[in-house]
Design a protein around this ligand. Structure first.
Ligand code: PDD
Length: 285
């Protein structure tokens, strides 16, 4: 059955969901996006994602043409129309269609589209057992808190990881570990959890925030403070978080084993707590 896509207020079969070549998302990467997980047909943490979408749009001075409530109800309808169970929903808003010129166009209507794709449960199980990473220089801009569709440095970093036989590339800016190319990074040392503070150098991950709350509930001390690549390599445990991969233990960095070389106990405790959150009503909105 052909996918149904949401495009500018309409639900259309994927092949009919056509965007102009002059869409500024296409010519300038001038837009913002979100990725939301669907568990058993229910969007997970949708409110948090829509709040971040609003912040991203405001940061690039893009007025959203739909309210969060309208987006939420369109997202739910899309999930329903496609009969999604375990899926990820991609939502993109660009500055619309206009003849190419750098400054904002007058009167262009932003383009909004959403598409839901099934998630491969086997892939998630594999990530859960541990992934390898490489470190790369963080050459991105200083507005990484904006979930912009302009992702070339992230794409190049992820490909470098793949070329090296690794799963993720961990960005390092002036010696400090910031985040992964599409994930946040955590280090565990004893009963302490470290992750880069929010601000212009990382995306404020929805999963990151949930994991911080869960860790505190599990009695871990959470330090949102900068740490170096060598701190990371010497940590007892390292893991990545994102909407798609959830919590993935890092077992190798730059070919070097992390901790005992398998998922650590704190990481596994967090994975289990996260599983409960997914099932329970509090995590699903
Ligand atoms: N990326 N940092 C970056 C650079 C990301 O692209 C992502 C997510 C995260 C994790 O954020 P969250 O927990 O809210 O998913 C951190 C999505 C999944 C993507 O681009 O596909």
């Amino acid at each position: 059955m052909e996918q149904i896509v949401f495009l500018n207020g309409r639900f259309v079969p994927e092949r009919q969901a056509v965007i102009s070549v002059e869409d500024r998302g296409n010519t300038f990467g001038d837009g913002v996006y979100e990725v939301v997980r669907i568990y058993e047909g229910r969007p997970f943490q949708l409110e948090a994602h829509l709040a971040r979408l609003e912040r991203s749009a405001a940061a690039i001075r893009l007025p959203l043409p739909m309210t969060p409530e309208e987006i939420s109800s369109a997202a739910r309808e899309l999930i329903e129309r496609n009969g999604c169970a375990d899926a990820s929903l991609y939502l993109q808003v660009s500055r619309g269609v206009a003849p190419r010129q750098h400054q904002f166009p007058d009167g262009a209507q932003p383009t909004v589209f959403m598409i839901a794709r099934p998630v491969d449960p086997k892939a998630i199980t594999t990530y859960r057992q541990g992934v390898g990473c490489i470190s790369v220089e963080d050459r991105r801009w200083t507005m990484c808190h904006v979930k912009a569709i302009t992702l070339l440095p992230n794409v190049l970093a992820k490909q470098a990881a793949k070329d090296a036989g690794a799963f993720e590339a961990i960005f390092v800016r002036e010696g400090v570990v910031t985040e992964g190319s599409s994930s946040n990074v955590f280090a565990v040392s004893g009963k302490r959890l470290y992750t880069h503070p929010e601000g212009p150098f990382i995306l404020s991950g929805v999963t990151r925030r949930l994991v911080i709350d869960l860790a505190r509930r599990l009695g871990l001390e959470v330090c949102e403070a900068p740490f170096t690549l060598s701190d990371l390599k010497e940590a007892d445990e390292v893991f990545l978080t994102s909407t798609v991969i959830e919590i993935a233990p890092v077992v190798r960095i730059d070919g070097q084993r992390v901790g005992k070389g398998g998922p650590g106990t704190r990481t596994v405790d967090l994975q289990q707590a996260f599983d409960k959150l997914k099932e329970g009503p509090s995590g699903v909105d």
